[in-house]
Design a binder for this molecule. Structure first.
Ligand code: BES
Ligand code: MN
Ligand code: MN
Length: 456
């Protein structure tokens, strides 16, 4: 790759300046109040793709947040790579735990600190720069499309329809994505599995108004206590989920595959240190990697009710709420699990409370084979820069659109992530090491090269 290192070296500062412009737009998809920011971010990307060398780029409306589409077609008979990324980000709360402003990127200890620094603005931006390099040095070997969405962090609710309505536009041979992690800075990895998701919100109602907790405490059921008991019963002492039928479709992973997984260089001590815990926990009989890679999970993501402001108020709440997510593994269907969960949750409610459960969002998981051209091309690209073969591994996170792409468009994705587990995505002080950022920009052009060579 002619002048690649030089291209990165000379433009390092400019890359950051541009990425920071995008990061400063607070494109939080889950909040209605940020609707305008979604368009701002989408338009910024559209203009940027043109500057980087796309023939065309456009902002397309969906029923939810807009999608940016762009392309450069050099020869219709050549392969087409479609780059996918998302410009939306997660909410930033709790704000007081941030050491710098979430939407004012700052570099400390060689890392970019900001919401979206890694997930996914920073990772997506590496693709813009790799593309610019290939175009400006006349080395683009194939056609390129970009599809950048704004609803990933809320489960891509409008994207199934969008893909169905735009099948022709989105035709491609492979989808290239950087929105996952690698095992360590010196251990490149290719994500071969993503979990699905079912996400529900529950409400438990007791008395019709908040009551004095002295006058009524002990005589009237407290919905907050009841909710806690109900939630506690959703997993058993072995760490298994008790929702009826929950495990019916769970993929049984072969002994051989589990042995393969166990060979991955996973460092439990480093893992505990990265998340600051003394002990790990999870389903009996499975390693930490297996617990996120091949087993489902159930978690409370938020829980509230009663008086939560400053100081004391003796009150027995009328209502208590929780947001509960279930991460799913291959063959578990998100809609089916959601139904099972709601039925189960209603069935365990004692007679002295009423429960309501609603769906927030969901999506299917993904497993990708390693005997494909795209896997081999990605593997060679990583090897070129890191000097070692990347390790295939199944991640615990979800990117619902990846299975949609396969279902609706019939296109497989290759997940070349450069994030690290320590990047604190979705947490305060999200960060992205500059080294990961620049290494990504250097690795991606090789994927284009090897993929096109192997595909032709
Ligand atoms: N980029 C993440 C998913 C991810 C991160 C996968 C690291 C593998 C490794 C993505 O932006 C994400 O957070 N997805 C959501 C999806 C959900 C809201 C439907 C998730 O997993 O919570
Ligand atoms: Mn992401
Ligand atoms: Mn995310």
């Amino acid at each position: 790759m002619k002048d690649l290192k030089n291209f990165i070296e000379t433009n390092k500062e400019k890359f950051l300046e541009d990425l920071f412009e995008l990061i400063r737009i607070p494109s939080i998809s889950s909040k209605e109040s940020h609707k305008d920011d979604m368009y701002k971010a989408a338009n910024w990307i559209k203009d940027y793709l043109i500057k980087d060398g796309a023939d065309m780029a456009e902002v397309l409306d969906t029923e939810g947040h807009p999608v940016v589409f762009g392309e450069k077609i050099i020869d219709p008979s050549l392969p087409t790579i479609m780059v996918y990324g998302h410009y939306d980000v997660q909410p930033v709360e709790p704000l007081d735990l941030w050491e710098s402003e979430p939407f004012e990127p700052e570099i400390r200890d060689g890392k970019i600190y900001a919401r979206g620094a890694d997930d996914d603005k920073g990772q997506m931006f590496m693709h813009f720069k790799a593309f610019e390099y290939l175009v400006k040095t006349d080395q683009l070997p194939c056609n390129v499309k970009f599809m950048i969405e704004g609803e990933e962090e809320i489960g891509s609710p409008s994207l199934e329809k969008f893909c169905n309505d735009n099948k022709k536009k989105l035709e491609a041979d492979v989808i290239l994505v950087s929105d996952t992690t690698m095992l360590a800075p010196d251990i490149p990895s290719i994500t071969t599995g993503l979990r699905g998701l079912s996400f529900c919100e529950v409400e438990v109602t007791g008395p019709n108004r908040d009551l004095h907790s002295g006058l009524f405490g002990g005589a009237i059921a407290n919905p907050a206590n009841v909710l806690c008991k109900m939630i506690a019963s959703l997993t058993d002492e072995k760490g298994r989920i008790t929702v009826k039928g929950f495990y019916d479709d769970v993929e049984v992973v072969s002994k051989e595959e589990r042995e393969d997984m166990a060979r991955a260089p996973f460092d439990l001590a480093a893992y505990k240190k990265a998340v600051d815990v003394d002990e790990v926990d999870g389903e009996d009989g499975y390693s930490s990697m297996e617990r996120v890679g091949i087993r489902p999970s159930l978690d409370v993501n938020g829980i509230w009710g009663g008086y939560t402001e400053e100081g004391a108020k003796t009150v027995l709440p009328s209502k208590a709420h929780a947001k509960i997510s279930m991460r799913l593994v291959p063959h578990q269907d998100s809609k089916k699990i959601t139904e099972l969960f709601i039925k189960h949750f209603e069935s365990i409610a004692p007679p002295y409370v009423k429960v309501k459960a609603k769906v927030l969002h969901g999506g299917e998981g993904y497993v990708s084979p390693t005997d494909t051209i795209e896997y081999q091309a990605a593997s060679k690209a990583f090897e070129e820069i890191y000097g070692v073969k990347p390790i295939p591994y199944r991640s615990g996170g979800s990117i619902p659109i990846i299975s949609l792409f396969e279902k609706v468009l019939g296109i497989k994705s290759i997940l070349m992530g450069f994030g690290l587990e320590s990047d604190a995505i979705h947490s305060p002080n999200e960060n992205y090491p500059l080294e990961q950022f620049y290494n990504g920009i250097e690795t991606i052009p090789y994927f284009y090269k090897y993929y096109t060579e192997m595909k032709k």
